[in-house]
Write a new protein. Structure first.
Length: 379
């Protein structure tokens, strides 16, 4: 039985319900990257956007020789021009030999249609631990790339480390998953990118970077002082919600194994005191958050995807809030299989695409694209 068949069988067996009653069937499910494809050891780190021409672009890291976070890692993508039914061949977005080109975090500029892609680089011989401890050959660096043809071809990577990383920071990561462009208020048009960084001797915390000129120049924004990998969305009132992966504290389960959240009222320059959202549990893993705005205008409905489990990377689930993140309910459980990182995309017809890591034996066997019908998100 194929992984696609197993996912569909698992969905049929689950008894979870949506607001409309019994959970509906997915519109489609396609495996976009499979361990071993094109001679690549493992594909990881999903990121998803819809280009100005309507095509869907799915990004991943092609980890050439192993499943770990360092070594020869390239940024790759696949495109679909028919809503995810069929996909083109793998496109190499950025390859720097045996070094790491990773953590894709894209956004589409509404004025120009340009896809702006943030990414991070490090020497392929440097493990994360050495970068944190400042014993590495090099350090973690920040780059931006762009595409003006809806993801078919890509610019060279341009380094922006001095604009986006303080000298005392060690580790650095953009996203992973999509960035956003603000749609209202005094900061309309601002590109906001969720990130995290390490401070020598003090662990890792989340922050954002932003651009007010379509990615030409970049600035360091707010830092809530907690968190790790993060994901960001604009709320209906124009505020920014930063949703963050928590630390691996020994008492994290006793505290609720919850995601960290912080709100900005000034376009990401500062954040309120962060809090634990105990409705959003995690096994310490990446997640994705997005405003459910099929018409392009932010609404009071927000969606969140992650492995819905306190200790294990499994049970990929989409939760829904109809009050801008104050309360949550399960909208759709994708399967009970192993699962890890994910990204969300709201389509113009109200359907929701989820691009996520999953597999029969491990969370990293495939990167799978599923479209959930809009009826799952009715109030």
């Amino acid at each position: 039985m194929t992984l696609k068949s197993i996912i569909l069988t698992s969905l049929a067996a689950l008894a979870f319900t949506s607001a409309a009653g019994q959970q509906p069937e997915p519109v489609l499910t396609e495996v976009l990257f499979r361990k071993g494809d094109a001679g690549v050891h493992t594909y990881r780190i999903p990121s998803l956007i819809q280009a100005a021409d309507g095509s869907i672009v799915a990004f991943a890291e092609a980890r050439q020789n192993g499943g770990g976070d360092t070594g020869d890692i390239d940024l790759v993508a696949r495109r679909s021009t028919d809503g995810g039914k069929t996909w083109g061949e793998i496109i190499t977005v950025w390859d720097d030999g045996e070094n790491v080109c990773g953590n894709p975090c894209p956004v589409v500029d509404r004025e120009t249609g340009r896809i702006i892609l943030l990414s991070t680089w490090n020497n392929g011989k440097d493990p994360e631990k050495a970068i944190h401890e400042r014993t590495s050959i090099d350090t973690r660096r920040v780059f931006v790339l762009y595409s003006d043809d809806n993801g078919r071809t890509w610019s060279d990577a341009r380094e922006i480390t001095t604009e986006t990383k303080l000298p005392e920071w060690t580790w650095y990561a953009t996203g992973p998953c999509h960035a956003i462009q603000l749609s209202k208020g005094p900061h309309k048009g601002r590109i906001v990118v969720p990130c995290n960084h390490g401070v020598f001797g003090n662990g890792t915390v989340s922050h954002i970077i932003y651009s007010d000129d379509a990615g030409e120049t970049w600035h360091i924004g707010g830092n809530p002082g907690v968190g790790n990998e993060s994901t960001v969305t604009e709320l209906r009132n124009g505020d920014i919600m930063l949703n963050m992966r928590g630390p691996r504290d020994k008492d994290r389960v006793e505290k609720g194994a919850a995601r960290l959240v912080a709100i900005s009222h000034d376009g990401g320059i500062t954040f309120d005191e962060p809090y634990l959202d105990k409705s959003l549990i995690e096994p310490v893993c990446n997640a994705s958050i997005i405003n459910y705005a099929p018409k392009g205008k932010p609404t009071g409905t927000v969606l969140f995807s992650n492995p819905d489990h306190m200790t294990r990377r499994k049970d990929m689930t989409v939760k829904q809030s109809d009050d801008s993140g104050k309360t949550w309910r399960i909208a759709f459980r994708l399967s009970d299989l192993p699962a890890a990182y994910s990204d969300l995309l709201v389509l113009e017809n109200g359907d929701v695409a989820v691009f996520y890591e999953t597999g029969e034996k491990t969370s990293y066997d495939t990167m799978t694209f599923t479209v959930i019908p809009s009826e799952a998100f009715k109030k």
